[in-house]
Design a protein around this ligand. Structure first.
Ligand code: GCB
Length: 613
């Protein structure tokens, strides 16, 4: 009986807490932050001993501590010397944060499970009345967070940020922050068990303390209104005890100063005209310093103003038809063979994209870190951002849809002030069914509610018609819900040989822009042979030549993001001597050499620079 009650409470407790967190703070880089990056103590705990007892029940709470069903590895120090304690953070190995654990110790390379992390830190607020928050860029996949023995909450989803207010749990002197990170793949999760990328585990992005006054600006949107290059719309959300405040919005370079009044919920609508300005564009990625001020806070951001819309098959950036010279990218620094997280990593990835003459990256298949979005924004690179609704999700499970919706919300909330983000993608290669379309439709509705200004898409699949296997169509009811139709195709790799591209005809909706969100094939850098020999650079080169010639004939084609910029780790890729755990579809090898196909795509993009002429 007791067991059942404990389990029930646990389900209730976790069920309630899974998505509970303080509302996400907007614009971390410009806040008053203190980094908790660096060395953390770690305990690798494959059996979750720090959580369950020998009856596989969550441990009871410790005397003198908050009720923390489950966790005992919360840096508990027994009062009584004779008490049995079977862990010791002080003597446990270090792990670097942010990083995945997989490449820090050979024993952890394939590890999927729980690692407990601990950071001791001291913190004195600039003003004792200030409020302190703890912010994680991302933890893959599930994080349980404890401060000084108190459980702050749980976060699910490996690629989005989350934060907790910790003001009342902080102590003068040393504080102990413990994170249980668990990267086990689960059937009901987003993504599910089966993907084509490496399941890097741990605290993979930056960790910060954020200091704010009693009442502060928590979130805002300052963006051009949909299709209106003259008007700024959005909102400002305050948090705290003095919510009825006036907020001043200033753009000094434009000599703009506006005030808005927050209501009793701390919410203020933003709606004003913008004087003459230089729009953000790929050629001139102009950003303005925008400041938002209330009584005790001035928060600045660098914001670009541009419109993005569609008209028939055209994609219009600032009203002008553009072609997306793109490339798909994983969040991986291939030189280190690890998750990318830093500004330097972002510059490496985006620098390679620039060498290809790209103006667009598809950040596949999950939200990437904020550094890459902001660096791309400064470099004039447009962004497609995606949630990991990938392949075979459990479409009918209400918790799964809730989880996807939550990840989508965190992605959009973090990046909806970035001028370069133009497309929210809600899925990749999901099999058509009624349940799946309903699931994705719900995500579209959510995305539009959170951000009515950007375009919605998803990477769909093509089909051939019954009458003619060489005629390709996109037979998917979901194509009706998206602003931009995007499709992945592997003609010449999984689907026939490269010459097949000569014989194929596409029959797609001429009234929506089409993006080929993937095409490509594997080549091992330095392996040469005839253009018919798979895995050679010549084969990949031929595949690119044929595919580009085929795609060029589609009148509604407005962009490409071939698969992929660089070779990336994937446990699905097992061919010895060639793949060795790497997906070899990169135009760059993992050590950064250019394959022959790189030059084919670059030459195509050089010509496309003159689009639409
Ligand atoms: C796809 C997937 C991508 C894979 C790629 C491949 O269609 O969207 O995640 O990595 O194919 O290499 O097979």
């Amino acid at each position: 009986m007791k067991k059942t009650v404990v389990l029930f409470l646990l389900i209730l407790f976790t069920g309630f807490e899974v998505f509970s967190q303080s509302n996400l703070l907007q614009n971390l880089p410009n806040r008053k932050i203190t980094s908790l990056n660096g060395k953390w103590r770690s305990i690798v705990d494959p059996y979750e001993t720090g959580y369950y007892n020998y009856r596989y029940e969550p441990h009871d709470s410790q005397p003198g501590y908050e009720k923390n069903p489950g966790a005992i590895f919360t840096d508990y120090h027994p009062v009584n010397q004779s008490e049995l304690v079977e862990y010791n953070f002080d003597e446990s190995p270090w792990l670097l944060v942010p990083r995945s654990w997989n490449i820090q110790d050979d024993k952890l390379f394939w590890y999927e499970g729980t690692v407990w992390y601990r950071k001791l830190f001291e913190f004195t607020a600039a003003d004792p009345t200030n409020r302190i928050f703890l912010y994680f860029g991302a933890v893959n996949y599930q994080a349980e967070v404890y401060l000084n023995g108190h459980k702050l909450g749980i976060h699910v989803g490996g690629f989005t940020p989350f934060n907790f207010e910790i003001t009342k749990w902080l102590r003068p002197g040393s504080n102990s922050l413990v994170v249980k990170a668990d990267n086990r793949r689960k059937r009901e999760a987003i993504p599910t068990v089966n993907t084509d990328w490496f399941n890097y585990g741990g605290i993979t992005r930056e960790v910060w303390l954020v200091e704010e006054s009693q009442t502060f600006i928590q979130d805002y949107v300052i963006q051009l209104k949909k299709d209106n290059p003259k008007k700024v719309g959005g909102f400002i959300q305050l948090d705290g005890s003095q919510l009825n405040q006036t907020v001043t919005v200033e753009i000094p370079e434009l000599k703009l100063k506006e005030t808005v009044q927050a209501n009793s919920s701390g919410w203020a609508e933003v709606d004003f005209s913008l004087p003459d300005y230089t729009p953000w564009s790929t050629e001139n990625p102009k950003l303005y310093t925008v400041s938002l001020s209330i009584r005790n806070q001035k928060l600045t951001d660098q914001i670009g103003f541009r419109t993005i819309s569609t008209q028939g098959a055209d994609l219009l950036l600032n009203g002008k038809s553009i072609f997306l010279r793109g490339i798909s990218v994983h969040e991986e620094n291939s030189l280190r063979g690890d998750r990318a997280w830093s500004v330097e990593d972002a510059r490496l990835i985006l620098g390679r994209a620039k060498e290809l003459n790209c103006n667009f990256v598809r950040l596949a298949h999950y939200p990437h870190n904020e550094n890459i979005i902001r660096e791309a924004e400064k470099m004039g690179i447009l962004v497609w951002s995606e949630v990991p609704v990938y392949w075979t999700i459990l479409w009918d499970n209400p918790e799964t849809v809730q989880n996807a919706e939550n990840q989508l919300t965190e992605m959009i909330t973090r990046d909806r002030n970035r001028a370069n983000v133009i497309i929210w993608s809600v899925a990749n290669e999901t099999p058509v069914s009624e349940a799946r379309t309903k699931f994705l439709h719900r995500l579209v509705e959510k995305a539009r509610k959170l951000d009515g200004t950007r375009l919605i898409s998803a990477a769909l699949e093509k089909h051939s018609t019954k009458e003619d296997p060489m005629t390709l169509v996109i037979e998917d009811p979901f194509a009706d819900f998206v602003d931009v139709v995007s499709v992945n195709e592997y003609i010449g790799w999984y689907d026939g040989l490269p010459e097949k591209a000569n014989r194929v005809k596409w029959n797609v909706n001429p009234d929506k822009p089409l993006i080929i969100s993937e095409f490509g094939g594997d080549a091992q850098f330095g392996l040469h042979g005839s253009k018919e020999a798979r895995w050679t650079e010549e084969y990949q080169e031929e595949l690119y030549i044929r595919n580009l010639a085929m795609l060029e004939k589609i009148p509604s084609l407005r962009g490409l993001s071939p698969w992929i910029l660089s070779d990336f780790r994937s446990p699905r890729r097992l061919l010895p001597g060639i793949q060795d755990g790497w997906n070899r579809k990169g135009l760059f090898s993992e050590s950064g050499e250019k394959k022959k196909a790189f030059f084919v795509l670059k030459a195509y993009y050089d010509k496309k620079e003159n689009f639409p002429r």
